[in-house]
Design a protein around this ligand. Structure first.
Ligand code: PLP
Length: 378
């Protein structure tokens, strides 16, 4: 007998209320019944995005919302800056290039955050940058960027700040309006506790000016059509009805826990996980900018990282993530994002310990679990 546990940074586990809502019969979308749900979900999303701007719901994975940001803000030949500190930062570069926009790339060493002074230098040096593309939680490295500080730099320029918050939103703080973030994109399968399939995007007034001027080709992701529809509590195309119904349930759960309590829970789970990694004599990959949504640790010498992840999953049913891109086989990542509680983390760490022992890694059995428990007892 094997039970399955999901500790990956997307998809994340589904609460039972969400599973139940996903099993309901479908309803038609051009009805007052669905409109009421759409309206409630929209309000709930605004609370999670911490914004008064519209939040558009797209039937796509998170990358669709990223693509929507690029094609709605820019035109061929525009200048953009990409903060690239991992695989998802690279995605912004690739998306820009796909539309004939050659971005200036501000490379950040994987596992590190970005000093806002460095961004300021770039923006002073390069004029006419229309958009700065960044990432809240760089899921591939376990870094959370200091978006509040970066926004302070960008808001003093003509450029708009675009944040890929696909894996951070609903786990760590991102106060869109208060911090002056212009565009936030998100996906459903990370902090929002849903299956994949919904993309979200919200744009400030400053960003909307660019939306009106943008000449990039677009059709499905045209935010001007989305805006016309949302003003009538509608969507331009058939929405992902079932997922939006489930989203509404997820937002209710989030509302009842409260954003501050959610951030606190994630922080505590992250601290417990990091403490366990150190007790297991492992090196954190992002010690100075560690994310409260996902922890990345280096695979110890002599251990095959891919085998580690595979054994945890295939022998014990505990799915964590390995490294991506240049860190393949060298990292493992434990997510504590969304519908995750203390004992999910304890379970994950105990499984990690068991597989480490079987693979011959030398450490004191139980030391990781003990360190995590000590943090969680505080
Ligand atoms: C998961 C993730 C994405 C990609 O989203 P998809 O839903 O797979 O398209 C983009 N950025 C970050 C930071 C992510 O964690």
């Amino acid at each position: 007998m094997k039970k399955n546990y999901l500790l990956t940074p997307g998809p994340t586990p589904l609460p039972p209320e969400i599973c139940e809502s996903l099993s309901r019969p479908i309803i038609h979308h051009r009805t007052p019944q669905f409109q009421a749900i759409l309206k409630e979900a929209e309000e709930g999303l605004k609370a999670v995005f911490q914004t008064k701007n519209d939040v558009f719901m797209l039937a796509s994975s998170g990358t669709g919302a990223m693509e929507a940001a690029v094609v709605n803000l820019l035109s061929w030949g525009d200048k953009a800056l990409v903060i690239e500190g991992g695989k998802f930062g690279e995605r912004w570069t690739e998306l820009c290039e796909a539309y004939g926009i050659k971005p200036i790339v501000l490379k950040v060493e994987w596992g590190k955050g970005l000093d806002p002074a460095v961004l300021k230098e770039y923006l002073n040096k390069e004029h006419a940058i229309k958009a700065v593309f960044s990432t809240l939680c760089e899921t591939s490295t376990g870094v959370t960027f200091d978006i509040k500080a970066l926004a302070q730099v960008v808001r003093e320029t003509e450029a708009v700040l675009v944040v890929d918050a696909i894996s951070g939103l609903g786990a760590v703080d991102l106060a869109m309006d208060d911090w002056g973030v212009d565009v936030v994109v998100c996906g459903s399968q990370k902090g929002l506790m849903l299956p994949p399939g919904l993309g979200f995007i919200s744009a400030s007034k400053k960003a909307w000016k660019l939306v009106e001027e943008s000449k990039c080709p677009k059709y499905y992701f045209d935010l001007k059509s989305a805006k016309k529809a949302i003003d009538k509590t509608d969507t331009p195309f058939t929405p992902a009805i079932g997922l939006i119904i489930a989203l509404n349930e997820a937002l209710k759960i989030m509302r009842s826990e409260g954003l501050d309590a959610i951030f606190k829970r994630h922080k505590k789970l992250a601290e417990a996980t990091r403490s366990a990694m150190l007790a297991l004599k492992l090196e954190l990959f992002a010690p100075d900018a560690a994310s409260d949504a996902v922890t990345a640790a280096k695979v110890p010498q002599g251990i095959d990282g891919e085998k580690l992840v595979k054994a945890m999953r295939d022998e014990y049913g505990v799915t964590i993530a390995g490294g991506q891109g240049e860190m393949k086989g060298k990292l493992f990542r434990i997510a504590h994002m969304g519908y995750i509680s203390e004992f999910d983390i304890i379970l994950g760490i105990s499984c990690l310990e068991k597989v480490f022992k079987k693979m011959g890694y030398d450490f004191e059995l139980g030391s990781g679990v003990k360190a995590a428990q000590e943090v969680l007892l505080k």
